[in-house]
Design a protein around this ligand. Sequence first.
Ligand SMILES: [Zn+2]
Length: 193
Amino acid sequence: MIRSLLMITLAITLQQCSYSQNNSSKNNTTNMDSTKKNNPVYSNTDTSEVKMNNEEWKKILPDEVYYIARMKGTERPWTSKFENFHEKGTYYCAACGNPLFKSDTKFESGCGWPSFYEPVSKTSLINTPDHSHGMVRTEVQCGRCKAHLGHVFNDGPPPTGLRYCINGVILDFTKAKDAEKKYTEENKQKPEN
Ligand SMILES: [Zn+2]
């Protein structure tokens, strides 16, 4: 019984994977919103550790986020909307909402993935040695939910010399409040001029 259930789940999973790949760019926004609504652990302020198994994660994360976060997948280079993105604000973990990077530590690395030289805080991330694919790399995980984010290399710019190479799919971006405020004020002033 359990085995047949597993087979059904697997079949559904495979279908969803190919479906989401074909439609990922179209459905990105919808997926993000529905994630937050159905995701009981998502918070930009709660720092308590999130402990859930993959089965539970699979129920609440969009397929493309689950693939990166829990299966340690890698998005295709040059496909992230954040690759050439210069808005001021904060990047959060798309799985749990943990603040990861600020836009002023983002830089053009030319590697094909959004790159940063410093995390929001020392506890934002967890670094783990990664010997997969015949390489010696350092994997970067979310400090709160342990989602796979990407890798860190020591060929980044000053002041840290680090290059955090992060999958855009696992990032949520929120515009800086100051920037929003300024934008609103500017718009208010326009009619008077
Ligand atoms: Zn997280």
